[in-house]
Ligand binder design. Sequence first.
Ligand code: PGA
Length: 251
Amino acid sequence: MSSRTMVAGNWKMNTTPAEGERLAQDIMETVGTPATKVVFGVPSIQLMSIKALTDKHENYFVAAQNMHHEDGGAYTGELSAAMLAAVEIDYVILGHSERRDYFGEEDGLIGMKVAKALAAGIKPIYCCGEKLDIREAGNHEHVVGKQIEQALFSLSPQQMKDVVIAYEPVWAIGTGVTASPEQAQQMHAFIRGIIARQFGDAIAEDTTILYGGSVKPGNAAELFEQPDVDGGLVGGASLKADGFAEIIKAR
Ligand code: PGA
């Protein structure tokens, strides 16, 4: 197992606290100790309860799904990096395409969140990915390259070591259409290349790059077989214990 590997679930705005606990417990019981890091991206209200469960099991971690870029203050409804760090949350998903689309988040703002998370000792899972029209116009590498450059290139190499990248083509998220293993590999290799140019080969070799967008038990293995696909960020299929367990075992 490469230390790069990871399977992360993004529960989005699903599950009550009781349902979330059941789901996490069922997955951990079915899988046992996984051969890869497993991350549960849970609704804010469940961060502490799921953290208490994962702490009892090796290789399971918890992620918040968002975080504010300021230290604190009059930001109704938001959570700060310090709050997440105080309860030892391991990861935070930042820049998900739903946050970009529905909440107007852009690379500059997401970059500030990435820096804040790192300063608080929380590892960001930075999401990037192109929309369908961009892919059809053949501009996907250019657009994803810019997303990475704008949000991550001001980090130091030391900071970059703690960043996980999730490539999630927007046209594949929640649509049932998955990028082909070749399309995923091509983009992941491109991303690793630009990380290498900016931060050096050693850091690029160690960077975890996840694929996201309609990952399911039936397609996980062929995606994870690709040399630069280190695992997945899984939405819908992370809500069913059996299916998510299969995806974890495929890694
Ligand atoms: P999906 O979502 O697996 O349901 O396509 C992935 C994501 O949004 O992270």
